[in-house]
Design a protein. Structure first.
Ligand code: SF4
Length: 288
């Protein structure tokens, strides 16, 4: 007897989707983390080291997940026990030999060194990246874009490197793109649970976070009717986030790890596959 599919071809509303997404969120825990750049930052206890390590992990989070994790692991290992102190020192005394020959996709050692110098200068002048973010943030804004934009622009000024590649690495969050890497950074910094370490937990409201919209989240969101736009840009990130706020007003981004992992780990792939769909936990609310 075939299973009844109550929402077949129809968009399920927030109330109907909530139990499915809640189950998915509960199923994807820390045991499903790897490959992920976050895995490379485990082991730091000091908030300064965490905010520094997680920034490198987030900004290099483009490309293949396993290569990102390997690259971030290598960068952090080269910084010794304290990435925060390493960056503060390199801002005072350049270390031209550090990570000589480093290449990741279109970024080179000079980009990495400029980023380390910028982080160090920001920490030396403001005390922490958190203080730099808060100096620019507007707690009444719907999203944390003001704080992130101010922080990114300040880091660019400190870096004194104005190449196309570096502008891509340290992108301006207000440029209209989804700014997935910046939103991922804030998810890690502000949320605190079994997956997200949350060294800035309490500094800004989790209700203001925006989903880090990548290709996996966008695909699953479109199949559930959460996202109706073709572009994976800022407007789409807001569309998904506003829908998730109806399910979890205080913490909409709490669904991100499950939605992303569901796509990244191959439970829902680009090519729709009948066998996979028949076993899928979301089949009853999927538009496909
Ligand atoms: S695996 Fe199939 S049923 Fe499940 S969300 Fe993807 S397309 Fe829909």
């Amino acid at each position: 007897m075939p299973r009844a599919v109550p929402f077949a071809g129809r968009r399920a509303g927030p109330a109907a989707l909530k139990p499915y997404l809640d189950r998915l969120r509960a199923r994807f825990d820390i045991s499903m983390l790897e490959p992920d750049p976050l895995a490379a930052t485990r082991g730091y206890a000091d908030p300064g080291d965490l905010e520094t390590a997680l920034l490198f992990a987030a900004l290099f989070a483009y490309g293949r997940a396993d290569l990102i994790q390997k690259t971030v692991t290598r960068i952090l290992a080269s910084m010794g026990e304290s990435p925060a102190r390493f960056c503060e020192n390199i801002a005072r005394r350049p270390a031209p030999g550090w990570m000589r020959g480093f290449v990741y996709r279109f970024h080179r050692q000079a980009d990495l060194a400029a980023l380390a110098r910028a982080v160090g200068k920001a920490r030396n002048e403001h005390g922490s990246l958190r203080a730099l973010f808060l100096a620019h943030d507007d707690p009444n804004a719907e999203t944390p874009l003001p704080g992130l934009t101010g922080m990114a622009r300040a880091l660019r000024r400190y870096a004194k490197r104005d190449t196309t590649a570096f502008r891509t690495l340290l992108s301006d969050p207000s440029g209209g793109g989804a700014s997935k890497r910046w939103m991922l950074y804030l998810r890690w910094m502000v949320r605190k649970d079994g997956v997200d370490p949350g060294p800035w937990h309490g500094a800004i409201s989790t209700a203001r976070l925006v989903i880090p919209l990548d290709t996996h989240v966008a695909r699953v969101a479109r199949r559930l009717g959460i996202l109706n736009r073709a572009a994976a840009d800022w407007k789409s990130a807001l569309e998904v986030t506003r829908f998730l706020r109806q399910l979890e007003p205080a913490d909409p981004v709490s669904y991100d790890f499950a939605l992303c992992s569901f796509g990244k780990l191959g439970y829902c792939v680009a090519q729709v596959n009948k066998n996979r769909c028949q076993r899928c936990d979301l089949a009853q609310v999927c538009l496909r």
